[in-house]
Design a protein around this ligand. Structure first.
Ligand code: SAM
Length: 189
């Protein structure tokens, strides 16, 4: 069955499916409810490793439950900490780092990703990449703080030297300019 490209996250998965192989080491920088973590755990298989970060206990618990139900828990290290500690806590290098910015769906406590920590984490993520590795960033601008975070992602993307990185900004051509979009940075082989 053909999988649709109906938004920033399905498009990120399209790139990740192409790039991540069994046995790889990858990072979910914002595990939330664990959908991306499980997707990555399935791609890397039992010989691979996923580091999954979040700062909310509820997110880590939801992710642990999802992984356990799928029998993938052993290949994932859940990190109760901010992704701005990526370089400290992930013994690189890795094939992919996945960011899905914004707030935890279903939570009402107002915890969102923020420009300063997102910017620091993105800088560290690009330094962890293997040649051919990718960083994917699903960006949301419709909530308070969203435009500031968009600016931080743009600044990071623009700072990456073309000799070392290919950087793509993917927006849907038939949606409002406020719709979520995807940034992909590839470390050149
Ligand atoms: N990828 C998730 C999924 O598949 O369900 C959705 C992620 S949700 C849009 C964003 C998450 O980022 C929230 O769970 C939030 O707690 C988390 N977050 C916010 N600041 C963070 C930080 N500094 N480090 C790691 N996670 C953070």
């Amino acid at each position: 069955m053909t999988r649709g490209l109906s938004g920033a996250v399905p498009l990120a998965h399209f790139f990740l499916r192409e790039r991540v192989k069994p046995g790889d080491r990858v990072v979910d920088a914002t595990c939330g409810n664990g959908h991306d973590t499980l997707f990555l755990a399935e791609l890397v298989g039992p010989e691979g490793r996923v580091w999954a970060f979040d700062i909310q206990d509820a997110a880590l618990a939801a992710t642990a439950k999802r992984l356990e139900a799928a029998g993938c828990g052993e290949r994932v290290e859940l990190v109760n900490g901010g992704h701005e500690r990526l370089a400290e806590l992930v013994p690189g290098p890795v094939t992919a780092v996945v960011f899905n910015l914004g707030f935890l769906p279903g939570a009402e406590n107002g915890t969102i990703t923020t420009p300063a920590t997102t910017g620091a984490a993105l800088d560290q993520a690009t330094e962890l990449l293997l040649p051919g590795g990718i960083v994917t960033v699903a960006v949301y601008t419709g909530h308070p703080g969203g435009p500031e975070e968009e600016a931080a992602v743009d600044a990071w993307a623009a700072s990456l030297p073309p000799a070392r990185f290919n950087v793509w900004r993917c927006r849907q051509g038939n949606r409002s300019s406020a719709a979520p979009y995807l940034v992909v940075a590839e470390c050149r082989a």
